[in-house]
Design a protein around this ligand. Sequence first.
Ligand code: PMV
Length: 337
Amino acid sequence: MTTKTHAKARASGKVILFGEHAVVYGTNAIAAGIDRGAVASVERKPHGPSALRIGTRTVTADRDAKDDLAAAFAALLDTKPALPAMHVEARSDLPPGGGLGSSAALAVAIARAAEALEGESANDASVLERAAAWERVFHGNPSGIDATAAAKGGIFRYARADGATPIEPGADFLFCVGSTGQPSSTRTTVELIASRRERDPALVERSIAAIASIVGNAILAIEAGDHRAVGDLMNMNQHVLSGLFVSTSELEDLCAIARGAGALGAKLTGGGGGGCVIALVAPVLGPLGEHDEAKEAENADKILNAWLHAEGRYEGFATRIPAAKHAHPSKHAGENP
Ligand code: PMV
């Protein structure tokens, strides 16, 4: 076995397209890896404790630390198989606490780089276990969807019991991601729903069932390349999430602005209570049914500019989920508004 002194790795951020929060209770959600993500560089140290630097913050691994980052780093390193002492530098180009899986992307990048120190390519299962241990410190009861997206990328449905199952989109889907600029604490919103469920189980169970049915229809709409249906279902999903009180006035504002600027649908993505929204950009198809990416980028710019020029000066970016290789655009995909 070769041992290395340095190693580097990356992992994707993600957007949850449908089903956040309900997925914690065992239903399906739909997520997709995005280009933005996290990178980690690892250097072997002669002895411990291991240290982690992210931006200007440096922590040493300590399971009992009050600082979540120090405790999460220790939890990641303590997961088997054992790792040598190391110094880690990591960074993410995702907004922290933005509902884009920044924490899971960091965990997966660090775990991959750390395992690569031992000279073997990182093992997917143990990388996911390490990331889950890290996420439990931050999130309390993570469904695992973030870590799975960070490790695997692509678009997939996810349930706690089955893990990830790839979805084959029938067409390209272009989304704008807009940030409220306010951090969202997934732990807080997950706990908020859990305590509401204790007080009023029927109400929360109804919302979970509604989201489960939206997700089921969304899988069919994505596979059919039916942008209009996907947009409508996003709006419905947002409605149910608002009813669970995980939306905020800024998230609602971002959704309304996007719809006003031509988005076919918009919803919060991730934990809510702050963080980001996703908005579906109207497709533009050429004569052979191919996506006119330049014209679609113009549609995306309309949404991004509307966010930027709104009172909140919301920043955003566009991200494309490509059609499955053998997909043929359906008749619905050709419905340019
Ligand atoms: O806020 P994020 O990106 O960590 O997404 C959390 C998704 C939830 O469904 C709200 C929680 C979970 O663990 O699945």
